[in-house]
Design a protein around this ligand. Structure first.
Ligand code: ATP
Ligand code: MG
Length: 190
């Protein structure tokens, strides 16, 4: 499988669909949110820096994030492709990803954008708060994350469009339907 960039607002299902894609196509998976949460748990230097940003709903600075991403990518087998979940989130990160992959003679592959209405996103994140207890899943921080998404991340959709690799999938009320649509598209790439 080609590399896949999975893109969408907080709670849009990036992690959920990534797991399903990994199971079906046997590729690598980088979730920058999971990497950061693991660092926080270990109380590493990076974790200490990340904690403040995450609990405020803000993005970790680009230079730091780009460095983490490259290190994580180079630690994975890339032969079957990698799914990037939660990265890039800014234009600078997207440019850095493109450059990093080009330097390794790899391609960005395809971008999958998950489009979900904000009411559904909020419901999901509040439900997840009760199950997983993530520090940033409370109504106030979620609203900040939505604002950060609109201001800093959403403009990237046009960047991917220009790259000619943007593919959108819109939530219509069923996870199985969403997954079937995504798989139908990815199956054409193999
Ligand atoms: P979901 O996982 O439900 O889609 P999300 O997109 O908000 O929600 P994560 O991707 O797990 O969640 O990210 C959680 C937090 O980690 C972000 O709000 C941000 O603070 C930090 N983070 C993760 N990836 C990046 C990134 N590429 N650049 C900067 N900060 C990041
Ligand atoms: Mg996630």
């Amino acid at each position: 499988m080609k590399n896949i960039i999975i893109f969408g607002a907080p709670g849009s299902g990036k992690g959920t669909y990534s797991d399903e894609i990994v199971t079906r196509y046997g590729m690598g998976h980088i979730s920058t949110g999971d990497v950061l949460r693991a660092e926080i748990k270990q109380e590493s230097e990076l974790g200490k820096i990340a904690q403040g940003y995450i609990s405020n709903g803000q993005l970790i600075p680009d230079e730091l994030m780009i460095d983490i991403l490259a290190k994580t990518y180079d630690s994975l087998p890339t032969g079957k492709g990698v799914i990037f979940d939660g990265f890039p989130r800014t234009i600078a990160q997207a440019e850095a990803l493109k450059k990093m992959l080009a330097e390794r003679n790899h391609e960005m592959g395809v971008m999958i954008e998950l489009i979900v209405d904000e009411e559904t996103l909020m419901e999901r994140l509040l439900r997840r708060a009760q199950i997983e207890g993530r520090a940033d899943d409370n109504e106030e921080t979620i609203k900040k994350r939505f604002a950060v998404y609109h201001n800093q991340t959403e403009p990237l959709a046009a960047w991917f469009e220009k790259e000619g690799i943007r593919h959108t999938f819109t939530w219509e009320g069923s996870k199985d339907q969403m997954l079937a649509n995504i798989f139908a598209f990815l199956d054409t790439l193999k």
